[in-house]
Ligand binder design. Structure first.
Ligand SMILES: [Zn+2]
Length: 407
């Protein structure tokens, strides 16, 4: 449960952000409220409410909704969010997709564009596509630079926040030391913020999803790669070098397959979307019969994890075996994370969170088996409800967090 923070504890800055977020959250869920109602619903004193409301009206985030009768029968000025005054942009790049989302001041996706491409597409083309997709989204929404609060950018891999450089993007060729912040800033005339994709997904859960009322949770991102977003004490844990949550590179089978990182037997080499597809391709190559072959019209090299999931739903033995082993290994690695961090909740997101019982049942069974009952008993495990927009929403919330709650 979310613990009440006192003025004495924690940083004043964090408290200010949380209080501003609380007020905007109340306006978001109620539509419009008077200052008195905001004070009683938030538990904040009148002076704090006045400060927050003044800040929000000066920055045009909140406007008057007119005089309305309150519960006491007296007419009072109500306030509402100036929903479409400006927008945060979230860009999410993966090994096989680009998603760009516009988040309005209520934190709701106002528009989005999604583009899928084959695995292995050159980084240069991906970059051109992301610029044109973002431009098209802004043009269609008729937004000039003044209406954009900023851009949040997220991808898998490692980045340098200070210099605004994406150092390596896993599974995207040619993205070494890419000066992505300056590049996007020049193109769109906006401030740019960088974050890893699993951690962006955790941010989206924290503000708008299953993590809304939680202080300590883990977001397990099951996609083309596997990562964790770790939230401790209501804050995202990034790690000293912005490299926290690399659960996909825990070695679960020392004699196993080669991983993209150069090590052998990493979780990702067995259980990522990419690995699931390639394991099935290899088995079919060895002569194993599978319904996947029919699903892809014999185009074996085009098999994706989604095809394997579809075949598992048709009770195809090969697909069930591969997803089962992936699930067991993910569950084992997840048990290490649960044991180390003692979260209240694990939220499972990413494409493979929709894989159904063929992956999720063995995952939960092995997580339970390898975790102390004292830890597992108190834990809730949920599926993310944010869908494929999750990482781009999370990236856009970084902008809102800085520009609306923090400045
Ligand atoms: Zn690895």
């Amino acid at each position: 449960m979310k613990k009440e923070r006192s003025n004495q504890g924690g940083s004043q800055n964090l408290l200010k952000r949380l209080n501003r977020a609380k007020i905007l959250g109340l306006l978001r869920s109620h539509g419009s409220l008077s200052r008195t109602e905001l004070a009683s619903l938030s538990g904040l004193d009148n002076k704090t409410i006045t400060n927050i409301v003044n800040h929000f009206t000066e920055t045009h985030v909140v406007v008057s909704a007119g005089q309305m009768k309150s519960s006491s029968g007296r007419r009072k000025e109500h306030l509402k969010i100036n929903t479409d005054y400006s927008y945060a942009v979230g860009i999410d790049i993966g090994a096989s997709h680009i998603t760009v989302t516009l988040l309005n001041l209520e934190g709701r996706p106002a528009a989005e564009k999604h583009h899928s491409y084959r695995f292995g597409l050159s980084g240069k083309i991906i970059l051109e596509k992301l610029l044109s997709l973002t431009r098209a989204l802004l043009d269609e929404a008729k937004l000039g630079p003044g209406r954009i609060l900023g851009i949040g950018f997220t991808a898998p891999g490692f980045f340098d926040k200070e210099r605004g450089i994406w150092k390596t993007a896993v599974n995207i060729t040619g993205w070494e030391s890419l000066p992505i912040r300056d590049l996007l800033s020049r193109h769109f005339g906006a401030d740019v913020y960088l974050q890893d994709c699993s951690r962006s997904m955790a941010l989206a859960e924290m503000w708008y999803g299953e993590g809304k009322n939680l202080d300590d949770f883990i977001l397990l991102d099951l996609g083309q790669g596997i990562g964790l977003g770790i939230v401790i004490g209501g804050s995202l844990y990034e790690g000293a070098g912005l490299k926290s949550g690399e659960i996909g590179h825990l070695v679960v089978d020392p004699d196993g397959r080669m991983c993209t990182c150069g090590n052998r037997g990493c979780l990702e080499s067995i259980a990522s979307g990419t690995a699931i597809a390639s394991l099935v391709q290899e088995e079919i190559g060895k002569g194993t019969r599978s319904k996947v072959v029919d699903l892809v019209n014999n185009h074996i090299d085009e098999i994706t994890a989604a095809d394997v999931v579809e075949a598992a739903n048709l009770r195809d033995p090969l697909a069930v075996d591969v997803l089962g082993e992936a699930g067991r290994m993910i569950g084992k690695a997840l048990s290490y994370a649960i044991t180390l961090f003692n979260p209240e909740s694990v939220i499972i997101g990413g494409q493979l969170s929709k894989a159904g019982p063929a992956l999720l049942d063995p995952l939960l069974d092995s997580a339970r088996r390898f975790t102390l009952p004292q830890l597992f008993g108190d834990l809730s495990i949920k599926l993310s409800g944010l869908g494929f927009l999750s990482a781009s929403i999370g990236a856009a919330t970084i902008v809102i967090n800085d520009k609306i709650f923090g400045s």
